[in-house]
Design a binder for this molecule. Structure first.
Ligand code: C5P
Length: 218
């Protein structure tokens, strides 16, 4: 348990993934993208034709998934599902299955298994509250809904995917509502989390802030 952990929680499209990756790179730490686990579970449940409101049925497929994590890519069996996982539609599936306590329980140990030396940066919704309550540094990352929708829009356009900024914003606000209002591990800052609003910060400035906090903690 003396393997250091930095948690980064926050709403959809707040930049958690990028901040986690860059912070981990700077420190040589491993990364846990916990959202990817909920996404792959939602995708597999949908493909299996399961009722996504049936938490026990969805949880039951988790141990059967042949998940692989290589070079930042996620594999389901032999299939590289990384691109599919990033789709907005998969994010919505993820937030539907994530409300169920049995699903969260089924993913619990798998998430803890990412903790290894020399340290871990874990990003998600409940990393600092439920998974790693004893983390050395907890960051709660926010940005305005307008900023987040704009960033997501740019990201999609740069990949050649057309998107409507108004509907993107509606989708991410709907997902945030579901994540905040569920009873199982709702999205909320841990009591000892440091708040970072990156609406007006560059990625570099956000990373520098987290690394400064990390230095102060040591
Ligand atoms: O972070 P990301 O957008 O990939 O997460 C997708 C969805 O998975 C979230 O909207 C949330 O419902 C769920 N999730 C969660 N707990 C986590 C990470 C993600 O409930 N630790």
């Amino acid at each position: 348990e003396d393997i250091p952990v930095i948690t980064i929680d926050g709403p959809t499209a707040s930049g958690k993934g990028t901040l986690a990756d860059e912070t981990a790179k700077a420190l040589g730490f491993a990364v846990l993208d916990s959202g990817a686990l909920y996404r792959v579970t939602g995708l597999a449940a949908r493909r299996a034709g399961l009722n996504l409101d049936d938490g026990h049925a969805v949880a039951a497929i988790v141990p059967t998934l042949k998940l692989g994590f290589r070079d930042g890519h996620v594999f389901l069996g032999e299939e590289d599902v990384s691109a599919r996982l990033r789709a907005e539609a998969t994010g919505l599936l993820a937030s539907q299955v994530a409300v169920h306590p049995p699903v969260r329980q089924a993913l619990h140990d798998l998430q803890l298994s990412f903790r290894r030396l020399p340290g871990l940066v874990a990003d998600g919704r409940d990393m600092g509250t439920a998974l790693f309550p004893g983390a050395d540094l907890k960051v709660f990352l926010t940005a305005s809904a307008a900023t987040r929708a704009e960033r997501r829009h740019k990201q999609l356009i740069s990949k050649g995917i057309s998107a409507n900024i108004t509907s993107l914003r509606e989708d991410l606000e709907a997902r945030d509502e579901r994540d905040k209002n569920r009873s199982a591990s709702p999205l909320e800052p841990a009591q000892d989390a440091l708040l970072l609003d990156n609406s007006d910060l560059s990625i570099e400035e956000s990373v520098t802030q987290v690394l400064d906090w990390w230095q102060q903690r040591r």
